[in-house]
Design a protein around this ligand. Structure first.
Ligand code: UDP
Length: 369
């Protein structure tokens, strides 16, 4: 079949690869001048640092097949993500671990003591079925830790009160009664030695794939295609005819420094009186490299306008209702498959994106046998 695929991010690249391997001819259109979407990495010509251009991306998964799959396209280097938080002029470990609890309360609890302390003196036991982010946090860690580490950060990140946000967002973060401060709990974790863009370029490097960068989709492109895969924004496909699905975008304030500026890859700033959410120091995402200079980003989230790059789907009640309407339109669309973070309007990690694309490719191939 002649396939047209819009978007050369992770979803699009995996799908293009799998279809090309199955013998289809795939034309990929990418509006930007690079592949890899928002996980694009680029070496800074002045400092030599590999920069995560659209913010930090750490690959982590429990899915052995996805882990094996990415190894085929990149050499992954061991990487263990550690995050710190500066709150009220002091530095704490994140996620909330036994160390954070002992630092914050000035104690020397062992695991069971900390567990009992949180359960008996902090957590709100009247909340049995937490619905909102705030309820989830109060039920899990109680008001003091919530206000120090989650409330301000979340208000800045999402532009809404945590009382309006779904509990699922907080479920991304662990609470550990040990000194394990690995930000993720997955079995496999790493970062491609040459960056994500090289990995995605390798996926797209196949004789059955014809890649066009700097080429926004236009309806005439679809005329000769037997099937269209769309990894751009779902509402954008329909010309936003029902309204716009809400996203958060990020502004990055880039700065450089000599040496090691903050000593870790990510320093969060959860306090409400600080306008940014975090500072990322990119050379720490490649601890196997050595650079005299450093590149850093201060991250400022805000509502995503029509000309901004969408990052995080908001998925509040209003968006969920609108999403359901767009999903109805999408289901009725013949010969089109929607995929990825933008095409399905979901807050997807990279491994989940790849898993979904592999499954969708298998489904597509099976349906045509
Ligand atoms: N979060 C928080 N304080 C922090 C870090 C995260 O309250 O110091 C909340 C915030 O609402 C955020 C969510 O947890 O959106 C998920 O955080 P994660 O680090 O997974 O966000 P990402 O790296 O995807 O931006």
């Amino acid at each position: 079949m002649q396939i047209l695929l819009v978007g050369a991010g992770l979803s699009g690249a995996v799908m293009a690869r799998e279809l090309a391997v199955a013998g289809h001819r795939v034309t990929v259109l990418e509006a930007r001048d690079h592949v890899a979407g928002n996980c694009h990495t680029e070496r800074c010509p002045e400092t030599g640092v590999l920069v995560h251009v659209y913010g930090p991306h750490i690959f982590h998964t429990d899915d052995a097949e996805v882990w094996d799959y990415v190894q085929r396209f990149a050499r992954f280097m061991p990487y263990r993500h550690q995050v710190r938080a500066t709150h009220a002029g002091r530095v704490y470990g994140l996620p909330v671990t036994l160390h954070t609890i002992n630092q914050f309360f000035g104690r020397a609890f062992r695991p069971d003591e900390a567990r009992a302390f949180i359960a008996e003196t902090q957590a709100d036991r009247s909340i049995t079925d937490p619905q909102s982010f705030e309820e989830q946090a109060l039920a899990m860690v109680g008001p003091a830790l919530y206000e120090a580490f989650f409330k301000g950060y979340t208000e800045k990140q999402w532009g809404r009160s945590p009382t309006e946000l779904p509990a699922a967002i907080l479920k991304r973060l662990p609470l550990r009664f040990s000194y394990d401060d690995n930000y993720f709990f997955h079995r496999f974790q790493g970062i491609p030695e040459a960056g994500y863009t090289a990995m995605v370029a390798a996926m797209l490097d196949h004789p059955g794939i014809d890649l066009h960068l700097g080429t926004p989709f236009a309806p005439e492109h679809a005329a000769r295609a037997d099937h269209l895969f769309w990894s751009g924004p779902l509402d954008g496909y329909f010309g936003h005819r029902l309204g716009r699905l809400g996203y958060r975008t990020l502004d990055f304030e880039r700065f450089t420094a000599t040496g090691d500026w903050q000593g870790c890859a990510v320093m969060n700033y959860p306090d409400a009186d600080c306008a940014f959410t975090r500072i990322t120091e990119h050379k720490h995402f490649a601890p196997w490299e050595r650079h005299a200079e450093s590149v850093l980003y201060r991250e400022y989230p805000r509502a995503c306008g029509a000309d901004d790059i969408p990052y995080y789907p908001v998925r509040l009640l209003h968006e969920k209702a609108l999403l359901a309407e767009y999903e109805r339109l999408a289901a009725a669309e013949q010969g089109v498959t929607f995929l990825g973070r933008l095409g399905t309007y979901r807050y997807l990690d990279m491994d989940v994106t790849i898993r979904a694309a592999l499954d969708a490719a298998r489904g597509f191939r099976a349906a045509r046998r």
